[in-house]
Design a protein around this ligand. Sequence first.
Ligand code: MN
Length: 223
Amino acid sequence: MGHPLADGALRAVVDSVSRLGGDMLLLVGDVFDHGRVPDSVLESFLEEIGRINQPAVLLPGNHDLYDDNSLYQREVFQHKPDNLHIITQTDGEALSFPELTLEVWGRAMLSHTPAFRPLEGMPTQRNGHWMVALAHGHFHFDDDRDQRSSPIYPPEIAAAPCDYLALGHWDRHVDVSQGRVTAVYSGTARGSSPRDPLGEVTVVDLTPPEAVTFYQADLQAGL
Ligand SMILES: [Mn+2]
């Protein structure tokens, strides 16, 4: 398979959006294993995403960087479905979805280094909307000693001007919420083995005026 989601897992994720009543799908990096996956894999990915009636936002990660050689710069992405939004600005980029009273922000990864700070530059301006941020990187626990690439520190999360921070990079589901900011690694949609092919997704509910809740949905349950 050309990407970590694998075909069956991607289909299950796509199907889960309507099944679970989702307004949007967030894909927080490492959607593909590496930059050399064939165009046919990208085409089938785009076809699947095009089946969703809601917007999908994709943030590049360290396996699918947004650099000069990025697979996202290939011609096949010029024909992407209209509902797919790819974050390409390496200084950060906000997308506005007024119909959902929602702003979505992320910073595309140019290189996976300790100097890259996934939350840097998150805007405070949100037009009275919800602010959901995407970040692909390594959450740094207080007792971590080593310096990792694309670090995300607890005080940065606590100070982030967003309601929800969707995290990618780790392959397990972890709640690293800090202060008033809910921050969650979703876990993976792909299961742990061929006999257990489907994993999980995080479903986030934003309830006015400011309640943010989430739960883990088992994709196997949707079959
Ligand atoms: Mn990663």
